[in-house]
Ligand binder design. Structure first.
Ligand code: R5P
Length: 293
């Protein structure tokens, strides 16, 4: 292992230089993957725009029933036309999503803690790859806790999932967790996203931060941005706009959609930013017009 002392500060991100190994495929880092991987990634990332709107409703796996997700069977069908990917647990998907739905599936596969624990960083792989295959999952989502107590076991979970995913051509989505004690700086996100990408994750879900373009440039696979706590709609749309204009290939939002007073209109406004190059102001106008119709 390289000596940690005397490391030079990384600064040559070349944010204006396109990824050198893009090739002919629309998903970063996937040009040399096989047909099955590319098929799943194309279900997630629209081949026309290269981007995706993911709807995250997996919160129940450690938070139980949260505001806005009390009735998954009612909220999810309303949003199906507005999003590209459904990110949930197998329990929520099997019980509350019609199997005829054509949306891509991001299957949450790790769990192990609950809101009642102080330390949420110890998880296990709870859903095996056979069940992911049975559910026709387009990716398996693994929580990773870089810098937390559970770092080693979460990298073990991630590595095992990637090994299984490579065997059956199912991409792995590495979710960067940020604990209460952890910094939300670009330094942390550069470290965490790069570690998870180097372990072999095909997609990274992380948070927006300062110098986000550098986080994106240093990460050889696509980044999708998590929404985080509920913001006023205009601020959430600004977060979405900044993320996309600084290189994210999608949003994976939960609370900023399902806790909005107008979840469908909010998801449609996010979609305008992600797929139609709307600015945040244009998207907010679209949102306001939609709710007054
Ligand atoms: C991640 O660990 C969570 O389970 C959610 O998928 C994630 O936080 C995205 O949802 P939100 O936009 O509400 O933060």
């Amino acid at each position: 292992m390289a000596d940690k002392d005397g490391l030079k500060v990384a600064k040559d991100y070349h944010v204006d230089v396109p990824f050198a190994r893009q090739g002919n495929f629309h998903v970063k880092g996937a040009n040399d993957l096989d047909w099955g991987m590319k098929k799943h990634l194309s279900n997630i990332f629209d081949p026309k725009t290269g981007n995706t709107v993911m709807f995250a409703f997996d919160h129940g796996y450690f938070m139980g029933s949260v505001s806005g997700l009390e009735r998954l069977d009612l909220i999810i069908p309303k949003l199906l036309d507005s999003v590209d990917v459904l990110m949930g647990t197998r329990g929520a998907l099997r019980n509350c999503v019609p199997p005829a739905c054509k949306k891509a599936i991001a299957l949450r596969t790790t769990s192990g803690s609950s809101m009642l624990n102080d330390d949420l960083s110890h998880e296990v792989v709870a859903v095996n790859v056979e069940d992911a295959i049975r559910m026709n999952a387009d990716c398996m989502a693994v929580q990773t806790f870089i810098g937390a107590d559970g770092q080693l076991s979460s990298i073990d979970n991630l590595s095992k999932t990637i090994n299984d995913g490579m065997r059956y051509s199912i991409p792995t989505l590495g979710v960067i967790a940020v604990g209460k004690q952890m910094e939300r700086t670009d330094r942390f996100f550069k470290l965490a996203t790069r570690i998870v990408a180097e372990m072999g994750a095909n997609i990274i879900k992380t948070y927006y931060c300062e110098n986000f373009e550098e986080v994106v440039a240093a990460c050889p696979v696509p980044i999708v941005v998590a929404g985080g706590k509920k913001l006023p709609e205009d601020e959430a749309l600004t977060l979405a706009y900044k993320s996309i204009s600084e290189g994210a290939r999608g949003l994976d939002m939960g609370r900023n959609i399902f806790q909005s007073q107008h979840p469908v209109e909010m998801a449609n406004a996010i979609r305008k930013i992600v797929h139609e190059k709307f600015t945040d102001k244009e998207a907010y106008e679209f949102y306001r017009d939609s709710i007054h119709e």
